[in-house]
Structures are given as C-alpha cells and as structure tokens.
Design a protein around this ligand. Sequence first.
Ligand SMILES: Nc1nc2c(c(=O)[nH]1)N[C@H]1C(S)=C(S)[C@@H](COP(=O)(O)O)O[C@H]1N2
Ligand SMILES: [Mo]
Length: 327
Amino acid sequence: MLIRIKTSADIPSSEITPEHVYRSRRDFIRVAAAGAVGAVAGTVLSGGGGGVDAQASLAALPNAKRNSAFVVDETVDPLTSYEQITTYNNYYEFGTRKSQPAQNAHILKVRPWTVKVDGLVNKPGDYGLEDLVDFNQLEERVYRHRCVEAWSMVMPFIGVPLSSVLKRVEPRPSATFVEFTTVFRQSEMPLWERAGIELPYIEGLRMDEALHPLTLMAVGLYGKVLPNQCGAPLRVHIPWKYGFKSGKSIVRIRLTDKQPLNTWQLQRADEYGFYANVNPTVPHPRWPQDREQRLPSPFKERKTLMFNGYADQVASLYSGMDLKKFY
Ligand SMILES: Nc1nc2c(c(=O)[nH]1)N[C@H]1C(S)=C(S)[C@@H](COP(=O)(O)O)O[C@H]1N2
Ligand SMILES: [Mo]
C-alpha cells in the first residue's frame, strides 16, 4: 500500500498547463488516500477489486501538449474531477450500473493491443496501438461529453485526430463510412451476459464526420493513459454527438461504403439513430433533451446546446438534412 501511495503521489509533471497538473495531482492524491482507507478497512475500495487502486499506477503521457484550438472556457465549463469521470461510467460489458465499470474493467488486459483495420483501405492489417497512433504527436483537448441520458461532463482527453489514424491506413475513395468494433472478451467481462445489448459494441461515422478535426482518438485522460472504464487503450470521442457514439476499447476499424448498424440503433431504432447529434430540439421519445445534468450536480440545470456547443464547427456537415429524421 505504501508503495502505491508513493507512486500515485509522484505524478511526473509535464508540459500540460499548471492548473491541469495541479488538478490532476490533487485528484490522484485524493484517489490514493481513499484507496488507503479501503485497505485499512480490509476491503478493496471498489468492492469489485482494484479498480481505483489500479488507476494510481497508470502511465503518464507527459509529452501531450494542450491544443488551445480545442479547449473550453473553464469558467463556463469547469473540468469534471478525475474521480467523477472514472467512477460514473457507461461500459455495459462491465456492468450496467454507473459504478460497476470502475469496479470491474481492470480485468480487461489492454496490453498488448491490436487493432484490425480492414475493408475499403489500401493498407489493411493488424496494427499495434503505437503503429496506429503517433505517441509523439499526442495533444490534450478539453471536450464536453454529453450522454443521451442527459448527464454531461467536461473531460481533458489526450489523443490524436482520427484523421491522422485514417491517413496511415489510406482509405480508398469508395469508403464513405468508418465502423468501429470494440473489445468483447467473455473471460475478461464477468457481467457481459447482463449487458442487455448485442456485443461486441459497434459504432460508426460518416467519412466527413470521421475526418472532422474535432473527432479524437483518445488514449489518455488527465495526463495519464486512459483508465479501463473510460475505454483503454483506445477510444473515439466525437464531442458534438451523444456519448454512445464514443466506442471504447476499439479493436477493429473497418472502412465501408454502407452506413454501419450501430449497437444502440440495432437495440432500439426508434430511440437511437445513427447520427446521434446532440440536439436540444429533438426530444428522445421518453425524455426531453433540452436540459442536462452537469455532473456532479444532481439537477438538470444546464441548457443543452445545439451540437453540444460545437455548432460553428460542425453544423455545415448536416446542411440540408432533416435532423428530426436523421436523429
Ligand atoms: N464498448 C462500449 N463503449 C461505450 C459504451 C458501452 O457500453 N460499451 N457506452 C457508451 C455510452 S452510452 C457513453 S455515454 C460513453 C460513456 O463514456 P464515459 O463512461 O467515459 O463517460 O461510452 C460509450 N461507449
Ligand atoms: Mo450514453
């Protein structure tokens, strides 16, 4: 335990902004302290074993420089705490309750990691993570993240644009969509049968959405590699879309000329579409979408913005489309 505490407090500093380092240090120290209390009490804090403790030893990504073109006004959108981001998750393969991924996702082996790239692409193959993502070009970006369930967070991700990943594998001109398949290993997912959705989890983007500079392939959070419950080691984040588009722990990228059937659309097509653009004017059939709960607030006191506040950058992708029809 002592060793763990020392490791977690000894966060190597980095080129990330000072407030950020301060904040992540403070959060890690808090997590480490909570872990110590759990150990003293004779239980693992998470109850499911090791989740929170494991985070304390995540590798730092010290070379990621903050890209000031992709940040938020933190006076309006303060960063959500590391603790909040990593203990309130949707990752149904590890349990459908928000607290369960933090307890169970550590079982997933994320190293080594291979991503199969196939379909309409000039350089198909099985790529190691480092062959797909240039770890010398990592950027830190602060993105809003809004779930279709109407809660939201503000997350300091580290990653590279998806466009840089696609450039390496050379999509053919005929490729008009990208499909992501996420990891499905029953032996490492004790609760998979209770997920209630088809697995593996599948998501997709139209090619112009995939190539949009906002679309991020994330490998890190708060200066360190992604914790498993947040989608380690590779997760896509499309900040103007509902969170379910952000496939976690991606193992396959397929280029295609047909619109992929994403998991939630397959599950309930009348409730979840392919586009899933954040849109306060189009209610979900069972609840409105015009307000949101910015965690940890328990209230929906914030107005949801069109395209989650990214309308200036992305509205043109959808000009002429009926967004009530293409929800
Ligand atoms: N493989 C997989 N990816 C997934 C999910 C999931 O259940 N399985 N949930 C999605 C949903 S609904 C949301 S809101 C986000 C949640 O990301 P977070 O836990 O980092 O907030 O992950 C998305 N990616
Ligand atoms: Mo979600």
